[in-house]
Design a protein. Structure first.
Length: 876
RNA sequence: GCGCAGUUAGCUCAGCGGUAGAGCAAUCGCCUUACACGCGAUGGGUCACAGGUUCGAAUCCUGUACUGCGCACCA
């Protein structure tokens, strides 16, 4: 026979009323809340009563995963608490749908590439995904953008459905999409404002470049990846005699060498400073110079500077105003053969040409191998390459190393404003507080201004044109910016003031800026997008700065930092008063859950299996900032808790036929029995703590002890008093019912932020009517002041609990059922406890099936004497 | 190299000066006028290590070792 199988009841009995299934009930509540406008923001109420959330707009690129459920639920839990405090909640939702993730998704889904030169096709339809890259259809920019918009609109519908199903208490009238008109307008207005204030500039300078996506990227979007590289020892000749050996991991950059440097104090190389070296293969004359950034301990102590291997090369090149020998082109290949003649100062042009001819057009990695081969042939390679571990910079979404490539880009001035930005960061309350450290460390470590232009398509264009002079040169130094009243504009289709469309791209005419903004340039404005900074001054004043920014820790360097930056630059303000930083969901092997590992979990199935309340319970158990291991057994625990809430409520309200449930008003005055008063006293403590902890963003602590208190309530207090509640003694029963009535209303409210569905369901049975609050989610957060009755003595509860424990232990040891009679019960304890116990004795005897005649109570002299109980069971 | 967080029962975690806790898992039982998706009981721990402060340290301080993350360097 199956374990736990019941001989009298069918196994499939769920304990829930017929027809009640969590999934159906939860969906029904979603609709009801929407009809009741429960989550609507009320603009007529004052700012002081309002709580504003700067919700993260999820990237719209396919599907939401369990990590989203986790962090968005945590925010919702806190928001629901605020709502129960009586706050007017502004809780919007945005969709981050512009940028590369969408472009990539659309490319793959439809088998297309954006090719701006291709003309627009009316009513274009894709023929679906393509297996081979060469089969991809090249379509116009407008067709491409149309596909992007259609695709994201569809994804957003699915996202919204999931959020509703999860019970996020969002005001669905407050939404935005980062590529929508309002965000384009806000982003462009932001650009104009920064332009006017001098915070933004354009410059043609070496910039971090992804050769696959062929766009500039910002420092914040880079990550280091460890790679196995090789040190190559290469011999350089010194003009006028002598040689030395440099060690490099990037020999393919040899043709881009502009100098050789060693530390100024390095005795080995001091005598070479001021002389000229000849590079191998190309015989290029390069100066040998002292430089502090050369480390005598590393490699051979002398190194080559190239345009450009890393940021140090860029800085050296800039500082010494060196020539530019840009070797790597925008697609990641080495320049054409003409490079040798145009850029290299070679002492042996023929040799240089012959060698370079074998490298021109190769990708950097191929060129590396070829260069090594050539060096070996020439005899300039000393020994064999030595393996080494190195960290290589990648664009976080890319799979080829980044290069530094000179290109004209727009930048926001970060470096000179670091001190102010650090100060702004300090004005925000971070939860947990140590997350400020990450912000600080990031700001301090920045070494480049924020590059905001991207050479992509699906994004917000710059509201900028450039005049073209009579020789056809574009005058980048004299940008024409759009007037604020025209925004949003698309410089590719709109005309700058004073020009006509015929003059586009012509000498004496104009060109439109062809770039789009970094996604973060828009999402850094979310508090201002929500407040309608761009077009509604009144609303902006009411909603800005926000109260809470919830977000994950890995985007402190981007989203949090950029938002703080823009708020300071535009409004000289912090964007929000609090930053709640959520942790991650990690896989059971403690790795990050990721699509590439195939261990991401889709939430829809889990919602069906476990219910939204169960998933929310899991999210609510995790503290802010703490990572959580994905563990389905916690969903089961949550499901059980919801079930228990349901059953305990059903029992109390329907089966005990509490007078309260029948409509009678029960209040503190009805709670007369000492045991009931002791319980109420105990519960008051929990209620008080919950408010304090919640206000400190420690919702997880609240859930922990409220849950414990609830199970304790069910297993001990409820078990103790249910017999009395059934009993014929009206006053004693009334006392129990009054205590139970308040207790349940407290638990339902305490659990409501975590498990909004089951609590609302139960609340609707009678509390909605008895309290005049149709929804538990707008009922007041419980407070001890609701029960002003005289303090109960908790020792009464404690003593009763100990007695029950002794009786249960005995019955378990004897393998007897709970209702097996107790023939004799001998208790010994101090006088104070004895007095307390007497007050609850009747309930204990009833619950424990104890024969009243067999009870003896011995009072010890001292209150120090602990309570001991000797139990003897009777015959059947 | 610098910084932040962590190390408590088999697992996941709470506790943050006053007798080591919970859930899950394990084991043994129990149909009990809410719930067998339930209930009761049992076993299980040098609180990473070493010093110090204290009447008293898992808790405070110092150091060490691991783990995770962030930043920097990357010839």
């Amino acid at each position: 026979m199956e374990k736990n199988a019941s001989p009298t009841k069918p196994q499939e009995n769920t304990g829930l009323p017929a027809g009640y299934t969590p999934a159906a009930a939860e969906s029904a509540w979603c609709e009801k809340w929407e009809q009741q406008k429960l989550h609507h923001y009320d603009p007529s109420r004052p700012r002081a009563e309002t709580f504003v959330v700067d919700t993260p707009p999820p990237t719209v690129s396919g599907a939401l995963h369990i990590g989203h459920v986790f962090s968005y639920t945590q925010t919702d839990i806190f928001v629901r608490f605020q709502r129960m405090l009586g706050k007017n909640i502004f809780y919007p939702m945005g969709w981050d749908d512009n940028g590369l993730p969408t472009e990539r998704r659309v490319q793959n889904l439809f088998g297309v590439r954006c090719e701006p030169a291709v003309p627009y096709k009316e009513g274009y339809k894709s023929s679906g995904p393509k297996k081979d890259l060469k089969d991809y259809e090249h379509i116009s920019r407008r067709n491409f953008l149309e596909l992007c918009e259609a695709q994201t609109a569809e994804d957003e519908k699915r996202y919204e459905a999931l959020w509703r199903r999860l019970g996020l208490s969002i005001d669905w009238r407050q939404t935005y999409s980062t590529v929508g008109e309002h965000c384009r307008k806000t982003s462009q207005l932001s650009f104009l404002d920064l332009f006017k204030k001098g915070f933004v500039y354009s410059a043609e300078t070496p910039t971090l470049w992804d050769t696959t996506f062929r766009t500039a990227v910002a420092q914040a979007e880079c990550e280091d990846r460890e790679a196995n590289g090789f040190f190559h020892d290469i011999k350089f000749q010194v003009q006028g005699g002598g040689d030395f050996i440099i060690a490099t991991t990037r020999p393919e950059l040899l043709a881009a060498c502009i100098a050789v440097v060693a530390h100024p104090d390095d005795a080995r190389y001091k005598h070479l400073f001021g002389k000229t070296a000849l590079t191998p293969l190309f015989k290029v004359r390069v100066p040998i110079m002292p430089s502090e950034h050369a480390d005598p301990e590393k490699g051979t102590g002398i190194m080559m500077v190239c345009t450009f291997g890393d940021i140090a090369d860029v800085e050296f090149w800039r500082k010494h105003k060196m020539p530019m020998r840009q070797l790597i082109s925008r697609d990641g290949r080495l320049n054409a053969l003409t490079y040798v003649q145009e850029f290299l100062d070679s002492a042996d042009l023929e040799t240089a040409k012959n060698n370079y001819a074998q490298l021109a057009g190769l990708y950097a990695k191929q060129a590396r191998n070829k260069t090594v081969e050539l060096l070996r042939t020439e005899g300039s390679l000393v020994g064999e390459p030595r393996p080494t571990k190195q960290a290589v910079k990648y664009y976080e979404k890319g799979d080829q190393p980044l290069e530094f490539v000179p290109a004209r880009q727009w930048y926001i001035r970060i470096l000179e404003n670091k001190p102010a930005l650090l100060e702004q960061g300090k004005k925000v309350a971070w939860h947990p507080d140590y997350m400020y450290k990450r912000y600080e460390q990031w700001v301090e470590g920045l070494n480049q201004d924020w590059c905001i232009s991207r050479q992509r398509y699906f994004g917000v264009p710059f509201p900028v044109w450039y005049p073209v002079d009579h020789e056809g040169n574009v005058e980048y130094a004299n940008p024409i910016v759009a007037g604020a009243e025209r925004l949003p504009v698309d410089p590719q289709t709109d005309c700058p003031p004073g020009y006509t469309e015929e003059q586009r791209g012509k000498a004496g005419g104009f060109v439109g800026d062809h770039d789009v903004m970094d996604t973060w340039a828009t999402s850094s404005l979310t508090p201002m997008i929500n407040s309608r900074w761009a077009d509604d001054k009144t609303r902006h004043a009411a909603l800005y700065p926000a109260d809470l920014r919830p977000q994950a820790h890995e985007i402190i360097r981007t989203w949090a930092f950029y938002t703080i930056t823009k708020s300071w630059m535009h409004e000289n303000s912090v964007p929000w008063h609090n930053a709640g930083i959520s942790g991650w969901v990690v896989s059971p092997d403690k790795g990050k859950m990721s699509k590439s590992k195939g261990n991401t979990i889709t939430p829809e199935g889990l919602l069906q299996t476990y219910s939204a309340d169960a998933l929310r319970y899991w999210a609510g158990k995790a503290k802010l900032g703490h990572d959580t291991i994905y563990d389905e057994s916690v969903f089961k625990v949550g499901m059980r808790l919801a079930n228990k809430l349901f059953n305990a409520s059903k029992f109390t309200m329907l089966q005990l036929k509490s007078p309260a449930a029948a409509g009678a008003k029960l209040g503190p005055a009805d709670i007369t029995e000492p045991l009931d008063r002791a319980w109420v006293e105990h519960l008051k403590g929990i209620v008080e703590a919950s408010r304090k902890d919640f206000e400190n963003y420690d919702y997880a602590a609240v859930l922990l002890y409220v849950e414990t208190a609830f199970w304790d309530f069910c297993d001990n207090y409820l078990e103790l008093v249910k017999n009395r509640a059934y009993s014929g003694k009206p006053e004693a029963a009334r006392s129990a019912c009054a205590a139970l009535d308040w207790t349940l209303s407290v638990f339902l409210r305490l659990f409501a932020p975590f498990m909004p569905f089951i609590t609302e369901e139960v609340w609707s049975w009678s509390y909605a009517a008895s309290t005049g609050r149709p929804s538990v989610h707008k009922a007041p957060w419980p407070s001890a002041a609701e029960m002003p009755s005289a303090a109960g003595d908790k020792l009464v509860l404690e003593s009763a609990r100990k007695m029950m424990e002794a009786i249960r232990t005995k019955k378990a040891a004897e393998k007897r059922s709970v209702k097996w009679p107790v023939a004799r019960l001998a208790v010994e304890c101090g006088p104070r406890q004895a007095a307390a116990l007497k007050l609850a004795l009747e309930d204990v005897l009833l619950a424990g099936c104890v024969d009243k005649a067999g009870v003896t109570l011995k009072e010890a002299a001292s209150d120090e004497t602990p309570l001991t109980a000797t139990v003897e069971l009777g015959a059947a």
